[in-house]
Design a protein around this ligand. Structure first.
Ligand code: HEM
Length: 503
């Protein structure tokens, strides 16, 4: 018997056997069994039919047991991170889980397949459900737009993130960090800080000033608060069944109010700037002056509003989360912390770091890289297939929801030894060179790579070096801080730390 005949024979007998059992269980009213096995029988039958017509049979994507009506949604709600880690460990590099009835999410964990979806065949992978949820907040900004509109916006905005332009923000970053340290000096001792809130405030001030230059700090704080309220609403909706937005329950009204505040503050800043005609040498000026190469048209007020909101949102939570996790991890690893202090002392000797110092501070950069591996702020990315596709020999139907989860791939045991351990040495150049590109992708990849990646890395490294020379932090309890997967990876229960002056 040839291999094809063998598969055909096995498929047919499997289908016949399963159908026989299904009929028996139907008579016993064991519908659970019927539901589970009818699918398998059909797939065996499909394989047989495929072979009979000369096609290659479809492989069935591994999936966990699930309920037909609620799928695996409760496993997902309970603890998404551990659910995804469990699925990878149990079922391998491609898994699907049921959301409801025949609606599935396909999880892709292997670097080669991530390379395929984000880069080699990116045209077939559009923005997924997470981006659609963000649309009510960010409109058609760079993060959420698609196709030609996205390409047009990316071309207009790319010059704002050119290396040279970003370099001019280095002194802004250290000045604002030092302003924060001066405020800490005035606090009562022992100084206890809400670390995520401090880092969030710092990152918000930095992105706010980079966008709007001076005199907007109060407006930036208002925007930050309204954004947090709006994001909490979107986060909640992501994992829970909630009322549709048009029903005026308290949470929906609060969300609408936050959107209204955001719109009015951002529109006021844009209007003031359009009238002033001054060149402020900030990101907003670049956006205001950007012109389409062919039509010569600039951005409309609505487009500017969407881009500004996108940059504030994408540009502060992420870097703030990186810094907060860095302080936590350093407090748990005194040897790594001492090595960082030694590098800072020998290169900077107590002075404020500049952009030119950064290449001389490789260990601080390795720390940031390792923090981004263990706790990637953008911990997962969602996509939707445009047409039918095939990954790892499995058929993926058109319009399927795909999830690519950095949090899991950054712990893939084939590419990371002792994956849960905090070890910045993994990012020494010799080690990094041996890994496939998409084993580590905190900033995504392909054409939709994060536009602010250099801005973020520069900010994180400068803030780390400036703060670590003046303070070290100790947690107030021995509690192990767990990640909370919201739009970014926050800390469950927050993190209050004791700030100890180093000089
Ligand atoms: C540690 C900090 C950051 C991390 C980990 C991060 C991560 C990411 C990731 C993973 C994506 C791709 C999302 C996807 O394709 O689904 C992305 C896109 C984006 N990021 Fe960042 N980001 C960071 C900082 C920033 C900063 C500082 C800015 C701006 C000031 C920014 C602006 C954007 C924008 C506008 C996009 C959309 C790009 C496009 O689709 O063309 N990000 N970011």
């Amino acid at each position: 018997m040839s291999t094809k005949q063998e598969i055909a024979f096995t498929s047919t007998s499997r289908a016949i056997n399963r159908y026989a059992y299904v009929i028996a269980h139907k008579q016993l009213r064991d519908y659970n069994y019927v539901e589970k096995n009818i699918k398998k029988a059909r797939s065996s039958q499909e394989n047989f039919m495929a072979l009979a017509t000369g096609q290659v049979p479809k492989k069935v994507i591994p999936a966990p047991e699930s309920n037909f009506f609620v799928g695996n949604i409760f496993d997902l709600q309970r603890d998404p991170m551990n659910f995804y880690l469990y699925l990878h460990k149990t079922y391998g590099d491609i898994v699907r889980f049921r959301v409801f009835a025949n609606i599935y999410v396909y999880l892709i964990f292997h670097p080669d397949d991530i390379d395929y979806t984000l880069r080699r065949n990116h045209q077939n992978y559009h923005r997924g459900v997470a981006h659609r949820r963000l649309r009510s907040l960010l409109g058609d900004g760079l993060l959420t737009s698609e196709g030609k509109a996205w390409l047009h916006e990316r071309r207009l905005m790319q010059p704002a993130f050119h290396r040279q332009r970003i370099a001019s923000f280095a002194s802004l970053m250290t000045t604002l960090t030092e302003t924060m340290l001066e405020r800490w000096q005035t606090l009562q001792e022992p100084t206890i800080l809400d670390i995520p809130a401090e880092m969030m405030n710092l990152a918000l001030q930095i992105v706010g000033q980079a966008l709007f230059s001076t005199n907007t700090s109060q407006k930036v704080i208002t925007v930050g608060k309204a954004l947090t309220t709006a994001l909490e609403h979107i986060n909640h909706k992501f994992y829970h069944f909630t009322w549709p937005d048009f029903i005026p329950v308290v949470s929906n009204r609060r969300y609408k109010q936050a959107l209204h505040t955001l719109d009015s503050v951002v529109q006021t800043i844009i209007q003031e700037r359009r009238l002033s005609k001054e060149d402020h040498e900030d990101l907003l000026s670049i956006l205001l002056n950007a012109r389409d190469e062919t039509t010569g048209e600039g951005m409309s007020d609505q487009q500017l509003r969407d881009e500004v909101m996108t940059l504030i949102l994408a540009g502060h939570e992420t870097t703030a989360s990186t810094l907060a996790w860095a302080w936590y991890l350093l407090s748990q690893h005194p040897k790594i912390e001492s090595k960082l202090h030694a590098e800072l002392a020998s290169v900077l000797g107590g002075r404020t770091p500049t952009l030119d110092d950064l290449p001389q501070l490789p260990y601080s950069r390795m720390i940031i890289d390792e923090v981004l591996r263990l706790y990637p702020p953008s911990w997962g990315m969602s996509r939707r297939t445009h047409t039918d596709d095939e990954i790892r020999g499995y058929h993926i139907p058109a319009n399927s929801e795909i999830a690519i989860v950095q949090y899991v791939t950054h712990r893939h045991p084939d590419f990371w030894e002792r994956p849960e351990e905090f070890d910045p040495e993994r990012f020494a150049p010799a080690h990094s060179a041996q890994r496939p590109h998409f084993a580590y992708f905190p900033f995504g990849g392909g054409p939709r790579l994060c536009i602010g990646n250099n801005f973020a890395l520069m900010e994180a490294q400068l803030a780390l070096a400036t703060i670590a020379q003046r303070y070290r932090f100790l947690p107030l309890t021995e509690r192990v801080v767990k990640p909370e997967p919201l739009v970014t990876l926050r800390m469950q229960g927050g993190l209050r730390m004791l700030a100890l002056k180093r000089r």
